[in-house]
Design a protein around this ligand. Structure first.
Ligand code: ATP
Ligand code: MG
Length: 333
């Protein structure tokens, strides 16, 4: 994990996406500078770079000053949206890492045959690795397949391998096919000597039996919504499916959290989409949107979350703020 340093690490790559500054510009530390330079000679915060750095510094200090509450009982989230590439996996791993960094014990279940969450958390998921496939299809206990994250104490992952691709078909003919993950997860949580505070289940971009297993195992649904034109298309189908699951298979299920992802505040479209989503779901949408960030998209290629890859970047701070909101709000009643 990268330790907090007194100088905000705004990478050149990150800056290129938001600011046009010379590559040899050195980041300024407004707080230290305020002490060292007489007020009359101090550069004001009215350059974009100085404003951005001052903002990052303020946000980092606010996060550092806050002790997040831990939930009294395990909160189980399914992260779902049948639309592909909206930030399900990115949000799963980064929120999980942010909560673990803040002292929670967190389990990520990778329920997508693509295995992207396993990659981002840096855990083994070659085809012969014991995985969530063995849990769902072969009744292997979760304790037999779980792996610890190399970067965060208290963060664990049930990996997915390519075998999971066949599970949708294999599940069709199985007994209690919608309940298999739930049964296994509840047994694991009950038997685990240490309390898990959060479980996040990363779903594939479909509404098949794997996603249904995730909905049945969870009490909360977190929907990432990408701030682009088609964002709300398909959402009513997703909400209808969740309502059906709630009626027939899991009365405790509710959509507790909506997270705006890949938000670019400079475009009218992103602002319009964000406003539409907030108007429709005022209770559920987190205040913090996740910005489009090169650092966020780079992190998985290093087998890391952005929380460890570049902890002080704007993307990391946003995920840490979103995680803090989730923790502060607590489970819905
Ligand atoms: P799938 O439906 O295939 O499972 P997904 O919903 O899980 O996709 P991700 O894999 O999290 O979506 O993200 C899709 C792509 O967008 C990835 O390449 C990811 O690195 C990138 N991405 C996600 N969030 C951001 C962000 N805030 N800024 C920049 N890139 C991002
Ligand atoms: Mg994904």
């Amino acid at each position: 994990m990268t330790a907090d340093s007194s100088i905000p690490e705004v990478s050149a790559a990150e800056e290129r996406t938001t600011l046009q500054i010379p590559s040899d510009a050195t980041p300024l530390e407004p707080v230290a500078m305020a002490k060292a330079v007489p007020e009359a000679e101090r550069p004001s915060e009215d350059t974009p770079l100085a404003r951005e750095i001052a903002d990052l510094t303020r946000r980092r200090s606010a996060l550092a000053a806050e002790q997040l509450p831990l939930p009294p009982a395990t909160r189980i989230f399914t992260v779902a949206n049948q639309k592909g590439g909206v930030g399900k996996t990115t949000s799963t791993v980064n929120l999980a890492a942010a909560l673990a960094r803040a002292g929670a014990r967190v389990l990520v279940i990778d329920l997508d045959p693509q295995g992207n969450a396993s990659t981002a958390l840096g855990v083994e998921h070659r085809s012969e690795t014991p995985s969530v496939y063995d849990v769902v299809i072969n009744d292997e206990p979760i304790s037999g397949v779980i792996q610890a994250s190399p970067d965060f104490e208290g963060l664990y992952c049930v990996p997915a391998t390519i075998h999971l691709a066949g599970a949708e078909i294999e599940l069709v003919s199985m007994v209690a096919r919608e309940q298999r993950l739930r049964t296994s997860l509840l047994r694991f949580l009950e038997e685990s000597p240490d309390t898990f505070h959060y479980v996040f289940i990363d779903c594939p971009p479909s509404l098949g039996l794997l996603t249904i297993n995730a909905f049945v195992a969870a009490s909360e649904v977190l929907i990432p919504i990408q701030c682009e034109y088609y964002a709300l298309e398909g959402l009513s189908q997703l909400l209808n499916n969740i309502a059906l699951i709630e009626r027939h298979l899991n009365p405790a299920l509710m959509v507790s959290t909506i997270l705006l992802t890949m938000y670019d505040s400079r475009t009218n479209l992103a602002n319009q989409v964000a406003q539409d989503v907030r108007d429709h779901f005022p209770e559920q949408v987190l205040k913090t949107p996740i910005p489009r960030s090169v650092r966020i998209s780079e992190a998985p290629s290093y087998g890391q979350t952005v929380i460890s890859y570049d902890t002080n970047s704007a993307g990391s701070l946003s995920y840490r703020e979103a995680a803090a909101e989730i923790a502060r709000r607590g489970a819905p009643n």
